[in-house]
Write a protein that binds this ligand. Sequence first.
Ligand code: S3P
Length: 457
Amino acid sequence: MIEIRPVNGIRGEINVPGDKSISHRAAILGALSKEGITVGNFSTGEDCKTTLTCLKALGCEITKSDYKSGEKDLTDLDHLRSDAVGFENKVTIKAPKGLREPKNILDAGNSGTTARLLLGLISGIPNLFAVIDGDESLKGRPMGRVTGPLISMGAKIDGRDFGNRLPLSVRGKKLNGGTHVLQVASAQVKTAILLAGLNGQGPTTAIEPNTTRDHTEIMLEHLGVPISKCGLKTTVYPTSLINGGSWTIPGDFSSAAFWIVAAAITRESELQIKNVNVNPTRTGLLNVLKRMGLIYSIEDETLSGGEKTATIVVKSSSLEGTKVMPEEIPSLIDELPLLAVAATQAEGITEVTGAEELRVKESDRIHAMAVGLKKLGAQIKETKDGWIIKGKTALAGGKTRSYGDHRVAMALAVAGLVATSPLYLEGENCVRISYPGFFETLRKLTQNTKAKERIQS
Ligand code: S3P
């Protein structure tokens, strides 16, 4: 359990870890590359280490180098430094001899992206056999959205609940291409189909119902893989081997988001977050917060690996409620728990609709945030696909829990910064999934968090 004390504000300049979605993709595309993909600022989160561990079991060579340690074989994945920034955590992933059958079950842990993207990758590689499993949370999450289209491409996949739940077995083969209309707006599903299509017999097209994050498309283009994109339609052409590449992964907007909201809702804040990915398919939170009155600027924009990177400057802001529409949801899907926290500090009503996907994330995030914030005194009503939140409320502190979900944990920790008394967060260790250094950065910015042994209720 950790104690979070209220603060007047957060001030300073920070970096956040490398983007999780981009790190997964760089690693997985490295597995199709003989020369290798080298990326700096690889995500320090557990989820991306999980992807590296699975790729190693599939025969990839993975090495890490940084200023301090020099070059190392990444057998001990803990060599990734959780406090590293910039060019540290430089990782090279390659498969000079191609992929081989793993001896053991591939454990995707808590990571939906690892499981779904690996299903796409392995499905298309002739004769490669693997079984993919995950932790209790991941075993409960739907996989049919990925296995359905892959099976329709000819993939041999079977497992629990007729291929809808882990563990799943995959026997790769040369797949048909074809056109696939996605039933859910999910970048993971789109990416799995495109990865499978790289080894297909003809072009493979994914048509999404709404724009989702486009890191896969940007990275494929950056690596010179033939790909075309027209609105919601993306097509890849058979390319079994990928050229190598080297670039630095920008900071994760989803991690920066916690500090953006923390600065906005506390009274005396001014914060600079450097080198953050500002890909517009990810920054929907900024659009929504802007409508609510956020004072911010985006500076020093550059490109890295084809991705927009910038410094985000945020100041304390007086927020007002807003309506978040279903078409906006994919661009802030991972930031919605945090938006719920911001909404408790905004005058008037904030309504989120069309976010039913939140019910099948690492936890049921609609429920987890409604329970957590209600406990702190917020006026929040859970609906089938979102929340109705009435602000502004002076949140009380007290005991609350993470539901084992990293984003819920960090969103509630941010709520603690504006509570009237300390907040005690149970199950805070899950932040390691995406942001192991979260509490250190919080301490640096506020000098006010303190781990407690055990608080008696
Ligand atoms: C991700 C896509 C999103 C997001 C997840 C990472 C990705 O999931 O919630 O944290 O890297 O493609 P869906 O695509 O299933 O919405």
